[in-house]
Ligand binder design. Structure first.
Ligand code: C5P
Length: 138
């Protein structure tokens, strides 16, 4: 009996960056990337040898030019979603303390959004279930 090979597991970290007005930062995936035009929580793939928290610090620096500290990060929940060619596991961190002003360093549009308006922004299917957790928290 042969077993169906399981899909590759991809670990991506995502961050709900929250400002002093309790708004959350969304980034729009730029043209040329998969799922272009959809809005997501900033973040990216965890690289070999990295902890999720260090990956998130690196991604926030690369994508937005902000600094944060691993100690400021706490995973709120996980997304788990099967795409056609891989399975995505994605912890969502909440970060209220960061240094610098987020800038769109990777040509992505950025938008600060009130928690109750998060559902107005089309998101990748993995991200959508995260919203209710965030709305409850904020
Ligand atoms: O951002 P990046 O393209 O490296 O992410 C890899 C894949 O993970 C994307 O193609 C997308 O399918 C998925 N992803 C997602 N939600 C995110 C970030 C990535 O579903 N917030």
């Amino acid at each position: 009996m042969s077993e169906t090979p399981s899909k590759k597991l991809v670990l991506v970290v995502a961050c709900a960056l929250v400002d002093a007005d309790n708004r959350v930062l969304l980034a729009q995936r730029p043209e040329g990337k998969s799922l272009a035009g959809l809005w997501e929580f900033p973040g990216g793939k965890v690289e070999p040898g990295e902890t999720p928290e260090l990956a998130l610090v690196r991604e926030l620096k690369e994508e937005l030019g902000i600094d944060t500290k691993t100690a400021c990060l706490a995973p709120l929940t996980f997304a788990s979603h099967t795409y056609d060619s891989f399975h995505l596991l994605m912890p969502l961190y909440v970060c209220r303390r960061y240094w610098g002003t987020p800038q769109p360093l990777e040509a992505q549009a950025l938008k600060w959004v009130k928690p109750k308006q998060l559902r107005d922004y089309p998101m990748p299917p993995a991200d959508e279930p995260l919203i209710s957790h965030l709305v409850d928290l904020l």
